[in-house]
Design a protein around this ligand. Structure first.
Ligand code: IDP
Ligand code: MG
Length: 142
């Protein structure tokens, strides 16, 4: 499997719980490298643009409020099969359904406040990475 890049976000609930280090440790121990990192605090409008694909969903407004409720850490992860590997380490969207030992099983509070975001395809990863980072912010290691 080829080396890929994916966007991870450590969401406001996980930043507030002070588990940034625990989450990044899981990425590194599983073969992913952090090649860009940025802490930011999105406005609701920015969160809405990031999650525009969900704008028709009933939870969209709440999701935008939650994602703009505190600082987040956006990361670019690089490694073999990075998109699927990150999704596997995250666990299911609903923490009640997440495999034991996944980030969401261990740190998520609810289906909404679920600790992390991860791109779901290489194409969406490229778009999501460009939302937060310019070329000069990204430091390839592979
Ligand atoms: P994902 O983050 O596992 O890819 P998506 O379906 O893309 O899940 O949803 C994006 C985000 O929207 C989720 O991570 C979660 O924060 C929120 N979300 C998804 N489904 C629900 C829901 O049924 N109620 C409330 N929030 C939800
Ligand atoms: Mg998604």
């Amino acid at each position: 499997m080829a080396v890929q890049r994916t966007l991870s976000i450590i969401k406001p609930d996980a930043v507030a719980k002070n588990v940034i280090g625990d989450i990044i440790r899981r990425f590194e121990e599983n073969g992913l490298s952090v090649i860009a990192a940025r802490m930011t605090h999105l406005t609701a409008e920015q969160a809405g643009r990031f999650y525009a694909v969900h704008r028709e969903r009933p939870f969209y407004r709440d999701l935008c409020a939650y994602m703009s409720s505190g600082p987040i850490l956006a990361l670019v992860l690089e490694g073999k099969n990075a998109v699927a590997l990150n999704r596997q380490l995250m666990g299911a969207t609903n923490p009640a359904e997440a495999e034991p030992g996944t980030i969401r099983a261990d740190h998520a509070d609810s289906i909404e406040a679920n600790a992390v975001h991860g791109s779901d395809s290489e194409e969406n990863a490229a778009t999501e990475i460009a939302f937060f980072f310019g070329d000069l912010d990204i430091h390839a290691r592979a």
